[in-house]
Design a protein around this ligand. Structure first.
Ligand SMILES: Cc1ncc(COP(=O)(O)O)c(C=O)c1O
Length: 361
């Protein structure tokens, strides 16, 4: 019998460790002291208010799930264009903004090409780059997690194909000042500014796409519109780049359900904005409450989560102890994110549960 097919796997992927996603409640049966349906899930920056009720109604009424969606995304791109204030031909939508990141990397990065990453940051940039055989060039952020603009510029080499900047950054929650972003854009290299949390920060460099032909901006419906499970995100690109991304994307990469969800969400923007406003208000309260815990150091955030250094004891243990009490948070313990946790902002009652659990520990 011939050897297994694994030996034909591309060598750089044979030892690939993948991406470590947040814990799903379904996997916690028997591991927590509370019923699974009463878990307070603050580990994946989801929107606790859910999506617009209009989305639920329209999906229940839809009778065309047997028909493929429009591969050219014509209507969808128009809707997104109105929302983003950019021309429809600059927009490409996907099954979550993660898949747009994947397309961008596949478009620009080949084996041994370099991608500059401002770390610590969202790990998908590394993940997609490594899958393509590219090399991630990490430039460390400063002590307050500000991006090191000088360091990024001096990391540029003839092999640099992309620079990723997340603002607000995940998991640290801080925004990057627009003048620093512009300084990096002025290098002329393709720059991706990931604004997945834009609706919580109100800061965007989107209008600069008209001026700089190397700027790409990513957005998501997962967070502000409560559609993480439905999967819909988009990117806005210079007019000459968008057609390439449309050409290489997987056909029908946005479902009929997601098209409907965008339509209904944008028709219910005041409702969704009121939920975003509530989360922004709760972010301030959660931050103030976390500051009262002597062994936590929360960092100011413009996103829907708060990153905290754990000053006493182990973050891994804290995460497990909170999990036992039914509170899910994300924890980190690596050289760039030492002994720390990230807590998503929830409803006021979620803050109450988290704070009670933290005080009892
Ligand atoms: C910075 C950043 N970009 C992109 C994404 C991916 O969002 P989506 O759900 O649209 O794939 C996330 C999700 O956590 C994120 O934190």
């Amino acid at each position: 019998m011939a050897d297994g097919i694994e030996k034909l796997i591309r060598p750089h992927l044979a030892g690939f460790s993948g991406y470590s996603a947040s814990t799903s409640p379904d996997t916690l049966e028997g591991k927590v002291d509370v019923p699974l349906d009463s878990l307070v899930k603050m580990n994946a920056n989801e929107n606790p208010y859910g999506c617009s009720p209009r989305v639920l109604k329209a999906l229940a009424a839809c009778r065309t799930f047997n028909i493929y969606p429009d591969d050219g995304q014509q209507e969808l791109r128009k809707l997104l264009a109105d929302y983003a204030g950019m021309p429809a031909e600059c927009i490409v939508a996907g099954h979550g903004s993660n898949t747009i990141i994947d397309s961008i990397v596949r478009l620009f990065v080949g084996p041994d090409d370099e991608v500059i990453n401002s770390v610590p940051t969202f790990d998908i940039y590394r993940f997609c780059t490594e899958i393509c055989g590219g090399k991630v060039v990490n430039v460390n952020r400063d002590d307050s997690f500000g991006a090191n603009v000088k360091g990024i510029k001096s990391a540029i080499s003839p092999r640099t194909k992309l620079i990723f900047l997340a603002t607000p950054n995940n998991p640290t929650g801080n925004v990057m000042p627009p003048k620093n972003i512009v300084e990096i854009i002025k290098t002329g290299l393709p720059v991706v500014v990931d604004e997945a949390y834009y609706e919580f920060s109100g800061e965007t460099v989107m209008p600069l796409i008209a001026k700089y032909r190397n700027l790409m901006v990513l957005r998501s419906f997962s967070k502000w519109a409560g559609l993480a499970g439905l999967r819909i995100g988009y990117g806005v690109f210079p007019p000459r780049v968008a057609p390439y991304l449309m050409a290489i994307k997987i056909p029908h990469n946005v479902s009929v359900a997601a098209e409907i969800a965008v339509h209904e969400s944008l028709a219910d923007i005041d409702y969704l904005q009121s939920r975003v406003d509530a989360l922004i208000k709760e972010r301030s309260r959660l931050f103030r409450e976390l500051q009262q815990i002597s062994w936590l150091k929360p960092y100011p955030s413009q996103a829907n989560f708060i990153y905290c250094a754990v000053l006493k004891g182990s973050a891994a243990e804290l995460h497990l102890n909170l999990q036992k009490k039914g509170v899910l948070v994300r924890y980190f313990d690596n050289p760039l994110l030492k002994n720390s946790i990230r807590i998503s902002v929830g409803k006021p009652e979620h803050t109450d549960v988290v704070m009670k659990a933290l005080r009892e520990l």
